[in-house]
Every structure is written in structure tokens, then in C-alpha cells.
Write a protein that binds this ligand. Sequence first.
Ligand code: MLT
Length: 259
Amino acid sequence: MKIDLTFSVNNIDELQLRDKNVVVIDVLRASTTVIAALHNGAREIIPVSNIESAVKISGSLFGDVTLRGGERGGKMIQGFNLGNSPLEYTEASIKGKSIIYSTTNGSIAMWKSRFARNMVVGAFVNLSKVTEFLSKTNEDALVMCAGDSSEPNGFSLEDAVCGGMVVQQLSQMKNMELELSDSARAAHTLYKSFGRSIQKMLKDSAHGKYLAGIGYKEDIQYSAQVDSLPVLPILSGSALKLKKDEKRAAEPEITPAVK
Ligand code: MLT
């Protein structure tokens, strides 16, 4: 199995992702929030590329079961129902709801992956579910770090370290023959350097410091809890839902590669 990794979505053309298995990682906070929302009972999350699309799509869906969630600058978008703190997506606020979702980087990475053969959402909170999915499919995969568009080169330390932890867990699996791209190897090295204290790494990261500065300190501790939310969001059509064996109702099957 070959694992490739991109450090940001800046130069990704969505047609490059067609027919690939893609893992989207945006630890602070889009991936963590999507995982929390589906873990807490949201029906689906529909990632969109911009705010206008979010307003248009949610306007055409039934108001009482559709919410708008997301952020700009880390804060809730005016006119939305939810911001982007995973702590807002409680069972009481989102159970059974469809959430139209727009964030600065993460939802764009998810939207750009809409042509993928399989797209799943990963973070520290569901890391083992991600590596279990990859080992089960046992096909080449691209780990797509959403990155941080506010950083000059779009690099996000926390996303890269999380991608490196995926590589670390796969490399420890029996009978797993891994071929790593240079970027995947670099992320693995970053994990070996920063993985001893994920919470400290998040707290000291550029976006972690920014979020703490605007009042979201608790999100950092929440996002650092490895395997605390053992569910796997997978793209089904235009919506992210829980994979079949985790959901309370019928869910999408994994799309096998055409041999
Ligand atoms: C993003 O999508 O860039 C992040 O999730 C932003 C955030 O939530 O602070």
C-alpha cells in the first residue's frame, strides 16, 4: 500500500483526487468537529466551498432539520446556527440534523475530495478508525492535510503530525507492506518528534495559539484526545455520514477499487 500525503489543499486540483482513497485531516478543528457531530447523532454533514453555497443549499432544504455550521477566522459566521467548536455539536443541538458546513480550510479539503473513490475524515480523536479503514481497503491512499491558509505556505503542524501518526500506526500493523512518499515520510518523522505530547504540540501550534487567544482553549484539549470518538465519517454522495458498521441506520458501503 502506497501512502502519499499533501501538507495543504492550496495546490490540489479536485480532478487529481478522482478514484483515490482520501483521508482529510484538519485537526483544529474541522475534522474534529465533523467527527464529534456525527458521533453525537447528526444525520449528515454537507461540506461546501463557500458561504454563499451554504446559504443557497440550506435555503432549499427543510429549515427545521437543516442547520448551517462553520467559521471564518475561527468564529461563527453571521447568520449561521453553529460555529466550529466541536463542543457546540452536542446531541441536544444537532441530533438528527443535516448540517451545511463551511470553514476556512477543512470544508474546502472535504469538498475538493468529492470525486474521490472513498473519502473519510480523520483526526486524533478517531485515529484508529482511520488506520483500520486504510488497512481494510489495503489500497493506495492520499492523506490530505487541510493546512492553514493563514500561514504563508499553508502548512499546519498539527495536521502533519496527525498524518504522521496514521503512518506510524499503519507501519506497526502485521503483514502491512507500506510504501511512503517523501511527504508521508516527513510527516512520520514529525510525529516521532512531536507525538509524545499531542496536547502540548496543539497548544504550541500557530492555530492552537490563535484559537486559545479568541476563547477556544477547551477545543485544543478536546482535539488532542486520541481515539476518544471512535467513529469514521465517510463521504456518501455530497454528504459525510457514519460508515455502515457504526451507524444506527443503513449507511454507505466502501467503494472498492475496480481490479
Ligand atoms: C479550518 O477549517 O480552517 C479550521 O477548522 C478553522 C477553525 O475551526 O479554526
